[in-house]
Ligand binder design. Structure first.
Ligand SMILES: *Cc1c(COP(=O)(O)O)cnc(C)c1O
Length: 480
């Protein structure tokens, strides 16, 4: 069994084995005609169940043959131009190359003595990112597993900086369109359910700063502590960007920690033409970025950045077996001192390879392309009488719904849209997402693939209309 260990003696087998895996994926990529096969859980589950994990196949080719059946054949492929579902991006090749390198070398970024150069590369990318944000000379941060973890860590720092033991008195303000990880984090941090105040949004789904000001005033009047204001720079559903300068003003006025959740909008940091949409982000105390959303990186690749690096001490613990206190005096850089994780992937290498091969403008131009596509898509939807479209996109999301020509009930329209989404998914021809707006069922395109064209958008709109019409037609037949 030693032949399966990666080492000097097996270098050739490593090369062959990984190359074979790459070949399989490459031929899938080249031959995929739809983003999805439409397979159902009931169809796929027996194939996975039938695998006997206690009877290994012994060689990589056989395992890959099996993998074709249980995974590769029916996977949802994000590189396909008609995958318009969630916030998943097609990935850039330099990042995939980085991924292959980092898992083979398997550095762990908790301590210098497990990662050497990796620590420095991660630190340089953190500095690059804080520089792009404009957080100033004391800024710092660390890579995380994703936006959820970044938000949790930011709010941990905010809670500690609020300097009160009375958790019941803490309040967190975020828009009604903010990500649910804000509430999850509050719960994990021991805050009561009423601690997260949802601020209403305007027509464009941006936090209303007047409403925020009123809530902050109420908080002060009640003797409560405004722990944090979470501004979202790119809401998950609409891509809307909260008014960052106004929020920064209010955060300063009320002494609240300002966190900017730019999990989605962070791609603007590299955009040659749209960076100004993030103006005001430089005033944040902390920022979440998900490179695995708008920097075209494979999952996971995310970071939390802070204005004052010293605040990261709230996540610092020393262990004799890992990062003893003396290592601080010896100035040994141990990233675990800044992280919620211990053993941690060298995800930073993917972004490093991306910037070294393509450069920041290269990534930013890709994000610009999908934002331009969303604008064009909005024009198409606004001109199409079959559709109602909400919120002109700031980033790359379109939220809309099918409206039948014939009068029918709002509930029936909801069901027709839900049906259309499910039928489309079952056909595998395209994948779209869904959400609710003012209680009604809407559909959503999250455009993160520069290969998607306006023609793809119109073709998918025709498919959706076809499914919705079929549903309504059938229901008419049933009713009569
Ligand atoms: C996706 C998203 C998150 C969560 O990030 P994960 O990487 O999925 O954990 C947080 N906030 C916003 C605005 C997001 O869009």
């Amino acid at each position: 069994m030693r032949s399966h260990l990666l080492n000097d003696a097996t270098a050739e087998q490593y090369r062959r084995s990984v190359t074979e895996g790459v070949e399989r994926v490459a031929s899938r990529l080249a031959s995929t005609r739809r983003p999805f096969t439409g397979v159902t859980p009931d169809e796929l589950a027996p194939l996975v169940s039938a695998v006997d994990l206690d009877r290994p196949l012994g060689d990589a080719s056989a395992a890959l043959d099996e993998l074709e059946q249980v995974y590769l054949r029916d996977a949802v492929y994000f590189h396909h131009p008609r995958y318009l579902g969630h916030l998943n991006c097609p990935v850039v090749i330099p990042a995939v190359l980085g991924e292959a390198v980092l898992s083979a070398v398997n550095s762990s970024l908790d301590t210098w003595d497990q990662s050497a150069g990796g620590t420095l590369i991660e630190r340089k990318l953190i500095d690059w990112t804080t520089g792009r944000i404009g957080l100033g000379p004391a800024a710092d941060g660390v890579f995380t597993s994703g936006g959820t973890q970044s938000n949790l860590q930011a709010l941990l720092l905010a809670r500690e900086e609020a300097k009160t033991d009375d958790l019941a008195k803490l309040r967190v303000f975020s828009s009604e369109c903010s990500h649910f990880s804000v509430q999850k984090s509050a719960k994990l941090l021991g805050l009561p359910p009423q601690s997260v105040i949802a601020i209403p949004t305007d027509r464009d789904k941006r936090m209303q700063s007047v409403a925020l000001a009123a809530e902050l005033e109420l908080c002060a009047a009640q003797g409560l502590t405004p722990m944090a204001i979470v501004a979202t720079a790119g809401t998950t559903d609409f891509g809307s960007i909260d008014p960052l300068p106004e929020i920064a003003e209010l955060a300063a006025q009320y002494g609240a920690w300002m966190h900017v959740d730019a999990a989605y909008g962070c791609g603007l940091l590299a955009s040659p033409t749209r960076r100004h949409l993030l103006d005001g982000i430089e005033r944040a105390d902390s920022v979440t970025v998900d490179y695995h959303k708008s920097f075209f990186q494979p999952v996971s690749s995310s970071a939390v950045l802070v204005r004052d690096g010293a605040t990261l001490r709230h996540a610092t613990y020393h262990a004799d077996y890992l990062n003893p206190r003396r290592t601080v005096e010896e100035r040994i850089p141990n990233q675990v001192d800044k992280s919620l994780q211990t053993t941690r992937r060298f995800d930073a290498l993917k972004l490093w390879m991306t910037l070294r091969v393509m450069g920041a403008d290269g990534v930013g131009e890709l994000f610009d392309e999908v934002c331009d596509l969303a604008s064009a898509g909005w024009d198409v939807l606004a001109a199409d009488p079959r559709y109602d479209v909400v919120v002109q996109p700031s980033l790359s999301t379109l939220v809309f719904r099918y409206i039948p020509a014939a009068v029918t009930s709002p509930a029936e329209i909801d069901r027709a849209n839900l049906h259309a989404r499910k039928a489309l998914f079952a056909s595998g021809e395209a994948v779209v997402a869904g959400t609710k707006v003012d209680g009604r069922q809407y559909l959503k395109f999250t455009l993160l693939n520069p290969e998607t064209t306006v023609h793809d958008i119109t073709a998918v709109l025709d498919l959706i209309a076809g499914h919705a019409e079929q549903y309504l037609g059938e229901n008419l037949v049933h009713a009569s």
